[in-house]
Design a protein around this ligand. Structure first.
Ligand code: GAR
Length: 223
């Protein structure tokens, strides 16, 4: 029997890696059958997600962004910031190329990626965001801040979105969304957990399977 084509997928993380774990579990259970996790890359050497990768036997890498220098008045030196960003992305691309990654999943990866980077991988980067885009998204909305903003606004329904990544923060084409009810007495932490359990860990594996299956299919058609 012909071996199934699996799309080599790199998962980029910054922290706990519960979304990474959902992907690892979905590959083990067979829910994901068109992707293999070829690398986990963290921009934070202490991220617990790196331990999850090690336990699952996935090659892991750390690529940290160096802090930009400050001007004498204390403001960030923008030239140096651009330089450090370019250095960071060069290193990231080097690791991605060395692993042969064909698809990239941002699973709680909190570093900003420039247009130079996203343009290299059109519709080849997917991201999970913990709200129903276009609500509570874009610059400054990440992690717990998203749920704080949703509660402060008083929305009764929130959720999660998986989308392709382009040069606009959280602006790429939507792949999947799932709604989650806000409940009386929710704190940002309680809401974050419910959004993860009911939405993120469900739609991220589904989206990876959809995108990788499409890639494998179009490759077969073009052969
Ligand atoms: C997740 O809630 C993810 O949606 C969010 O960070 C958390 C990472 O958790 N991502 C963003 O806010 C991106 N804008 P995890 O490390 O346990 O997967």
């Amino acid at each position: 029997m012909e071996k199934k084509r699996r799309i080599k997928t790199a998962v980029l993380i910054s922290g706990g890696g519960t979304n990474l774990q959902a992907l690892i579990d979905a590959v083990s259970s067979g829910e994901i059958e068109h992707a293999e996790l070829c690398a986990v890359i963290s921009d934070n050497k202490d991220a617990y997600g790196l331990v999850r990768a090690e336990k699952a036997g996935i090659p892991r890498y750390t690529v940290e962004k160096r802090k930009a220098e400050r001007n004498p008045d204390g403001s960030v030196n923008t030239e140096d910031r651009a330089l450090k960003q370019a250095e960071f992305e060069r290193e990231l691309v080097g690791v991605l190329e060395s692993t042969g990654a064909e698809l990239i999943v941002l699973a709680g990866f909190l570093a900003i990626l420039s247009e130079d980077f996203t343009k290299r991988y059109p519709e080849r980067i997917i991201n999970i965001h913990p709200s129903l885009i276009p609500s509570f998204c874009g610059k400054g909305y990440y992690g717990l801040k998203v749920h704080e903003a949703a509660l402060a606004y008083g929305v009764k329904v929130t959720g999660a979105t998986v989308h392709f990544v382009n040069e606009i923060p959280d602006g790429g084409r939507i792949i999947l969304q799932k709604a989650v009810y806000v409940k009386e007495g929710d704190t940002p932490e309680i809401l974050q957990r419910r959004v993860m359990e009911e939405a993120e860990w469900v739609i991220l594996p589904k989206a990876l399977e959809m995108v990788s299956a499409d890639m494998a299919k179009s490759e077969a058609l073009n052969r």
